[in-house]
Design a protein around this ligand. Sequence first.
Ligand code: PXP
Length: 241
Amino acid sequence: MRPRLSVNVDHIATLRQARRGSEPDPVAAAILAEVAGASGIIVHLREDRRHIQDRDLRLLKEVVKTQLNLEMAATDEMVKIALEVLPDVATLVPERRQELTTEGGLDVAGQEERLARVVRVLIEGGIRVSLFIDPSPEQVKTSKRTGAPFVEIHTGRYAEAQTEAERQKALLKIMEAARLARDLGLRVGAGHGLTYQNVIPVAAIPEVEELNIGHSIVGRASLVGMDRAVREMRDLIRGAR
Ligand code: PXP
């Protein structure tokens, strides 16, 4: 089965927030991405509301026809919002105020009990839960123990590798983590730092069901339009298997 492409529209909101105005609207971007063939829409409602706003999330819940995935920190505030809005999926991510983007995966192993509690509350609320983790066997095994049905493997180290040897090593780790996750009965996605140049080897990993891509697609969309940017990425992913 080919992996699905879900598009993260956070950085449409980043552009809007540069002027604290109303344009461009991430809700419009999400609709265009779906028309172009995206299988899902992702937003990260950060504690500091630097890009996506509460209003965006609530409107997206109304208009997204495919699958709405809310990336969120495992905090009381975000759990409350998730249970009110009820996105299809909630992806638990680590969040540090100073970071430019989500720099690493969740340390599931270091906070297993707390995360297991949040996972249970969200699942009981009717939301599918995914954990965003680094490609390490320990994180995969602990994720399974939390009761989350999905993991999303952080591809940042692969994307940022400076040499071919480093890149291959990082890719191998992603492949091994994906295989272990599937062997344990988890469903697998991947994302972070994926671009038109580096997506194919990750899209070719048989266990990966979904790719979550934001910055690169939004960057290209600012030059060629959302429709073309999504179609080009979708075609690359389709051609990988
Ligand atoms: N997946 C997760 C969990 C993320 O936090 C992000 C970044 O918001 C992405 C995927 C997409 O990363 P990028 O914008 O680098 O494509």
